[in-house]
Write a protein that binds this ligand. Structure first.
Ligand code: SF4
Length: 289
């Protein structure tokens, strides 16, 4: 397969055929993110994408899932996305689900009819980086939308019958806004009602604005214990049904997993047990800058 630069995909797309429909991220401004800093954003020609799909067909016999990368491939015009999805339908009749990253702005730019059309052509899941439900934090991290727009974007996906998988970042408000982050994020998720919630822990790389803020003392990272306390407030305030909650990414200190709402008590118990781990704060190796 032909790939340009570093490739990112959600953990649940680990066994998917990945095809780059865009290169880089159309937004590329979030202060904590280094993923696509080295790439100048562009949308690939549909013909080029089709060539990759034909190549994929030659290599792989049984393709159950396809993921359209890079960041925010949903920014592509609907008429071109339709051609890509129709091509997938012909080339991979066995494909059960097509996934894509969607920025809130790109989702908001699509009409409900367009999303329904994409769903009918196999778009099965959209991954949306919510990061935080707090307007203050969303502004600070330069996410490009406020919480009301974030909710509207998420609801559009759910209302179109497409699975919605969202990520939140533990510690993204720093010590100063940890409680605000947890409470406001729970509110946003309760309104959005995603099918999957993935909780990552803030991991900063050199070259990001937030990394520099930590270096000069403008932003205080949470300790592992504080991360878990923040997670406890978030989970306590979640009222989302039929939703898989995961906090088992490599960046997380304690692995949590369950289905909301039935496993809420179990998840809270796992957090309580995590808080009792001897030397929990010694696990701070991720955060040494
Ligand atoms: S977090 Fe997502 S939207 Fe923000 S710059 Fe990174 S890839 Fe783009």
């Amino acid at each position: 397969m032909r790939y340009e630069g570093a490739l990112y995909r959600p953990p649940s797309e680990a066994y998917s055929l990945i095809v780059q429909a865009t290169i880089g991220c159309s937004h590329n401004k979030c202060t904590f993110c280094s993923m696509y800093k080295d790439k100048k954003f562009r949308i690939r020609d549909t013909e080029e994408i089709m060539e990759d799909l034909i190549l994929g067909r030659k290599y792989y016999e049984n393709v159950r899932r396809i993921f359209l990368a890079d960041g925010d491939a949903l920014v592509i015009k609907t008429e071109e996305l339709i051609k890509i999805l129709q091509g997938i339908e012909v080339l991979f009749p066995e494909c059960e689900r097509i996934g894509i990253y969607g920025s809130p702005k790109s989702i908001l730019n699509k009409s409900q009819e367009e999303l329904l059309e994409l769903k009918a052509l196999g778009l099965g899941i959209v991954y949306l980086g919510v990061e935080s439900g707090s307007d203050k934090i969303l502004k600070d991290i330069k996410k490009g939308v406020d919480s009301a727009e974030m909710i509207e974007a998420g609801r559009k996906i759910v209302d179109a019958g497409i699975k919605l998988s969202v990520t939140l970042i533990s510690g993204i408000g720093g010590k100063a806004f940890s409680t605000l982050h947890a409470l406001e994020s729970a509110k946003v998720l309760n309104e959005m009602k995603p099918h999957y919630i993935g909780l990552l822990t803030l991991l900063l790389e050199q070259g990001t604005k937030l990394y520099e803020d930590v270096k000069v003392g403008k932003f205080q990272l949470l300790s592992p214990k504080e991360v878990l306390e923040e997670t406890r407030i978030l989970v306590e305030n979640l009222q989302v049904g039929n939703c898989i909650f995961r906090s088992n990414h490599a960046s997380n200190y304690v692995a949590l997993r369950g289905t909301l709402m039935e496993d809420k008590k179990l998840i809270l118990k796992q957090i309580e047990e995590g808080l009792k781990i001897d030397g929990l704060d010694d696990k701070d190796y991720y955060r040494r800058l």
